[in-house]
Write a protein that binds this ligand. Sequence first.
Ligand code: CO8
Length: 258
Amino acid sequence: MANVLCNVENEIATVTINRPKAMNALNEDVISELGVIIDDISKRKDVKIVIITGAGDKSFVAGADITSMQMMTPAQAKNFALTTHKVFCAIERMPQIAIAAVNGFALGGGCELAMCCDLRYAADSAVFGQPEVGLGIIPGFAGTQRLPRLVGKAYAKELIFTADIIKADEAYRIGLVNKVVPKDELMAFCVKRAETIKSKAMFAVSIAKAAINEGMDVDADTSYRLEAEKFGMCFSSPDQREGMTAFIEKRKPNLTDF
Ligand code: CO8
């Protein structure tokens, strides 16, 4: 695939949005290729972590492609948004853990792509923003929904209403990113985090991801029931027996299940 690259090594898939001349802007081809890649990865047992990043050294993703949106009709714009929602939801819901390695501009659809990942690590040169209202539109790849869930309504409204572009340290301060690291250390840091996660029981990590995501969108009582159900599911995994037996036998667990 030309617009999105995928490289799997040591159970970690690195997915690179690859339109550096257009700052990795997302057009329909990129979204379609990304959808195919995520669909494939989500069925693979040999991939435990997915790191999403942008090609080149300036941009993660500078938004949806403005040139291709310029003449869209309302119906076409809605369709583009719906198609992209499907792909971003697939990232959010896949059993693997998704890490956004934000290596530069994360604007509009780029910030929205980072937000559908489970974890966001940013280069110190990265910037974030939802500049859509300056273009006469609103965030349409679920930014109006995921941003307030991540940083709270007040910061989300301020960012969206003003179209302010914020630096990585401010994104960290408001909880939009998990950590900021020097730019040339970003990928190594993401791989290190990936190694830590995949050394755990991935069946449990994956169930924890689903519990957090699904529980955030229902009432409290339903979320507690949902957790109990998923907690019970862990006891169907060999890793639960092995993890607990290893603790009791004072040895390292041999965790394999996914
Ligand atoms: N779309 C299309 N092309 C882009 C985009 C973009 N989002 N961003 C950059 N490019 C292109 C530029 O046009 C330029 O192309 P060319 O070389 O052919 O002139 C090339 O990338 C390099 O860009 P610049 O020369 O501008 O590079 P700078 O380093 O000077 O600036 C910036 C980089 C700051 C990233 C600047 O390019 C910029 O402001 N880009 C637009 C950022 C933006 O507004 N993003 C939000 C887009 S809207 C959106 O994401 C909505 C999501 C929801 C959609 C809902 C579906 C309908």
